[in-house]
Write a protein of this length. Structure first.
Length: 498
């Protein structure tokens, strides 16, 4: 027998001896597995490969759709759990770049527009949202009892790669859903705005047709005409080719008008400590635009009833006229004298409505069918003023609902008047800027698009430089709403005493 045969025989003997032992070992192992494993149906999910340790008496993290138990354990390990009551705001201060995962409940993103809450979308359970650095344009508010986990940037860097990818994917999905919802709302708002713009223009057309009716014609005929000198002055001011020297000479050559200027300059209206006896000195002291305003305002005063409400309306018109002049100077969008004249006459309808109601009580219901700007425009048309004046006056409220591109004409003049009225209310009344104010400032070519800053930094100093050229009643009125130079509020004028 050879050596090879002997080795083969030995190997076969060893295998015959090991086979019973191996069969016994594996049979015992299968029986143990059957006893330790609980019964599981065919549809039951496989057990998790990774289970967090849970001590007795301690509940695990609440489930959140989209995040598995393992991912939630990772988030709890690096984040901070916060529980919010219904309507509680999640403070943004100090949380720039924080990722907020909603474990239970829901968060609403709310913007504040004109003191009304505007919903930007809802972050539901299982979704997450990144709080942008320095974002103060919206609030994050709990819709009900809500539990979130907030993870900082440093915490996100500690997450396992798989969990970090899950957070990023969930955030992208949440943002995409909110963007789709906002796009749908924007399209719906665009359709409503188009319908609203058509309604505004149709109402304007109806008012124009009503004012052209014989009944209104008879009513407007009862309103006295402007004095001849005022009509002539207005025509010169509204002529883009007219030179300022020509206008000044036309006033000087009319003794009655020159005497009126001197009388008003030396009255308590301006409150000057030194008497002015020469027309040219009055012109140098007040400035040509103030003289024009004085003449036109005096002419309007002969027609409008001398009542407290009417005087208040005229005072507002004077301020708006000064602001419109300065805005036109800065923007170079239109002739400053034209802008000033339109500003002085823009609320003539408000002044004359009480006059018409008192003189024509039977037409009270008819007056209720048209607004004051349309009535004022009709009066200016009967006085023979150019079309652009009464068209701008008639459409002065359109910018509250229509953007610059939606106006039918005279966009620069309407924009200057609208901004002057807005600055009046912001600077003197503390009101919020009206809709589209920033768009009209951009359309006028102004560098500043914040109405309050424009009032403070541009218009306030311009009016302060006028000194004695500002009527005393307006100086008091302006200073009543102003503070000292040391502590000026952000949206008020600061006027130096002359």
């Amino acid at each position: 027998m050879t050596a090879r045969s002997l080795r083969r025989g030995a190997i076969r003997s060893i295998r015959r001896a090991e086979d019973p032992l191996l069969r016994s070992f594996f049979a015992t192992r299968r029986q143990r597995n059957k006893r330790s494993a609980p019964p599981r149906g065919a549809a039951d999910p496989l057990p998790s490969a990774r289970r967090p340790p849970v001590t007795s008496g301690t509940a695990g993290p609440p489930p959140a759709a989209g995040f598995g138990e393992s991912a939630l354990v990772d988030l709890h390990g690096v984040g901070t759990v916060r529980r919010l009551a219904a309507a509680e705001c999640l403070a943004l201060e100090g949380r720039a770049g924080v990722c907020v995962v909603v474990l239970d409940g829901a968060l609403e993103l709310r913007a504040i527009a004109d003191k009304a809450a505007l919903s930007l979308g809802v972050v539901a359970k299982g979704e997450c949202w990144f709080l942008d650095p320095g974002c103060h344009s919206y609030d994050v508010v709990a819709l009900g009892p809500t539990t979130v986990v907030a993870v900082t940037r440093a915490g996100l860097a500690l997450l396992p790669p798989a969990t970090r990818r899950l957070v990023d994917d969930t955030a992208a999905s949440t943002v995409a859903a909110r963007f789709d919802a906002l796009a749908t709302c924007y399209a719906s708002a665009g359709r409503r705005h188009t319908a609203l713009a058509s309604s505004v223009k149709e109402r304007f057309a109806r008012s124009s047709r009503l004012l052209a009716s014989p009944a209104f014609g008879q009513m407007l005929a009862t309103i006295p005409a402007l004095p001849v000198h005022a009509t002539d002055l207005a025509a010169r001011l509204l002529d883009d080719g007219a030179h300022a020297d020509e206008v000044v000479e036309s006033i000087k050559n009319n003794p009655a008008v020159a005497a009126l200027v001197l009388k008003r300059v030396n009255s308590a209206y301006y409150g000057l400590t030194t008497k002015v006896s020469d027309y040219y000195r009055a012109l140098l002291l007040l400035g040509s635009n103030a003289v024009y305003q004085l003449v036109l305002d005096s002419a309007v005063a002969t027609i409008v009833p001398d009542e407290p409400d009417a005087r208040e309306i005229r005072a507002r018109a004077l301020v708006v006229s000064m602001l419109a002049y300065e805005i036109a100077l800065v923007s170079k969008a239109c002739n400053p004298l034209v802008a000033s004249t339109i500003g002085l006459l823009h609320n003539i309808g408000d002044s004359l409505t009480p006059f018409l109601r008192r003189n024509r009580p039977e037409a009270d219901s008819l007056l209720g069918c048209v607004d004051a700007p349309a009535l004022g425009a009709a009066v200016l048309a009967t006085w023979g003023l150019p079309e652009r004046v009464h068209q701008v006056v008639a459409q002065q409220d359109h910018p509250r609902l229509l953007g610059p591109q939606e106006l039918d004409g005279f966009v620069a003049e309407i924009g200057v008047l609208y901004l002057a009225r807005a600055c009046h209310d912001v600077a003197l009344g503390g009101a919020a800027p009206p809709p589209y104010a920033g768009e009209y400032m951009t359309q006028l070519g102004l560098k500043e698009t914040d109405c309050a800053k424009f009032c403070r930094d541009t218009l306030g100093p311009a009016i302060a430089r006028k000194g004695d050229g500002v009527p005393a009643v307006l100086r008091v009125w302006l200073q009543a709403h102003a503070t000292t130079r040391e502590h000026p509020p952000s949206n008020r004028f600061t006027i130096d005493s002359p």
